[in-house]
Design a binder for this molecule. Structure first.
Ligand code: ATP
Ligand code: MG
Length: 386
């Protein structure tokens, strides 16, 4: 028997003229995520995408597909001939083999108008057939234990599960964005949220070896790997940041270093974005969460960026962010206790209301040497593809 996964898309169906492009992109993203399921074949049919898989690959296939953005729901289904006798036999079999059910309902949909039996009649006939054949069962059209969907098209699709997915838009349809990815809880969630809006994410991690260890770097790689299940392939830049950071700490006023470091992170991320054709920066900042994330702090960080900066978590409480991190599977990795470059050299009294003019004045001491240092950092970045 042929097994498929039926894939339903929502919002993308609304996109008018771009519709075909969106569906094509979604199908491509599904194909990419199924690289580890060799038996899978992705096809488009009217209003749906269907994925053929061997029965033993069904579970893995479902797991992977459910994480792809742009999908509203999926159903594992069997595919049979659109022949009434075959349909009846399979309906009986499906109800009979469902464990522990007392009530059922048939929801038939005739998509192929050349099929001689109309949907309401199909419901009725299949209901009768199943009632006659299966003992101890009755029909409940309002709240059945099992709702058996029968979609008659060129072939007939039969299924009883509707599994909700994450929705959103297919990754890639909104262009590319450069995510500043630390090893913390917030930035992986921020990347996830922008990918959900169709952004292809590249990631930039600032690594201050030996102040931040190889384990800290590995943690970021692991986070990017988890994210890639949702975001698709991620190109991660590991930027050697030690020189830039130590110069800032050495030559700028203590209270301002946190924000100045941030400003240089943004500048370098923007250089990488330009190289990669990314049109926005993404951070995990949330208003008021830490001293550098006051309105003034965000303003001072923002001032050096020419690209739009997306901060999808700006209005989120930490507990809301944690909840998403747990759902998407990044939390456990994020809380591993390895140092981050922002937590080393933290000033005793960080500036919470930095003035942009003062930042610019303080940066004068380093601005010239930074031109080369930033270029070197970008050039010497290690690229990890996930
Ligand atoms: P996160 O949990 O994402 O690390 P956080 O609450 O710890 O966030 P900060 O450390 O102040 O907050 O960082 C704010 C944002 O700056 C992060 O969400 C991330 O986008 C960026 N960022 C911080 N440190 C790094 C780093 N080492 N490499 C890349 N981006 C960073
Ligand atoms: Mg952090």
């Amino acid at each position: 028997m042929e097994h498929v996964i039926l894939v339903r898309y929502g919002e993308i169906a609304l996109k008018g003229l771009n519709r075909n492009y969106f569906i094509e992109l979604l199908a491509k993203n599904i194909r990419n995520t199924l690289w580890c399921v060799p038996s899978a074949k992705v096809k488009k049919i009217q209003g749906r995408i269907i994925v053929n898989v061997e029965e033993e690959d069904l579970k893995l296939g479902m797991e992977r597909i459910q994480k792809v953005f742009g999908i509203v729901s999926v159903s594992p289904a069997i595919v049979i001939d659109s022949d009434m006798k075959v349909i009846e036999e399979n309906a009986i079999e499906q109800v009979r083999s469902a464990e522990g059910i007392k009530t059922f309902k048939i929801t038939a949909k005739r998509g192929d108008k050349t099929f001689p039996i109309k949907s309401p009649d199909l419901n009725y006939r299949l209901g009768e057939t199943v009632l006659d054949a299966v003992e101890g069962i009755s029909v409940d059209i309002h709240d059945p234990d099992l709702n058996l969907w029968v979609e008659v098209r060129e072939k007939t699709y039969m299924y009883h599960e509707f599994l909700k997915c994450n929705g959103g838009l297919p990754v890639g349809c909104s262009g590319k964005g450069a995510l500043l990815l630390s090893g913390g809880i917030d930035s992986p969630v921020a990347g996830y949220m922008m990918a959900k809006r169709g952004v292809e994410v590249i990631a930039v991690y600032f690594h201050s070896f030996p102040f931040t260890s190889d384990r800290a770097k590995q943690k970021v790689i692991d986070l990017a790997k988890i994210m890639s299940q949702y975001c698709g392939r991620i190109k991660l830049y590991v930027v050697p940041f030690t020189e830039v950071q130590t110069k800032i700490v050495e030559l700028c006023p203590d209270r301002q270093t946190t924000i100045i470091i941030r400003r240089y992170m943004m500048r370098i991320a923007e250089m990488i974005a330009a190289k990669e054709g990314a049109k926005a920066l993404i951070t995990g900042e949330s208003l008021g969460q830490v001293a550098s994330q006051t309105m003034e702090g965000l303003g001072a960080t923002n001032a050096v960026a020419n690209l739009p900066v997306f901060r999808p978590l700006i209005g989120f409480d930490k507990s809301d962010i944690v909840k998403i991190a747990q759902e998407i599977g990044t939390f456990e990795t994020s809380i591993l206790p390895y140092e981050d470059c922002c937590t080393i050299f933290v000033p005793k009294h960080p500036e919470t209301k930095p003035k942009i003019s003062e930042m610019i004045r303080s940066e004068e001491a380093i601005a010239e040497m930074m031109v080369d240092m930033m270029a070197t950092a970008v050039e010497n970045s290690e690229i990890v593809k996930l």
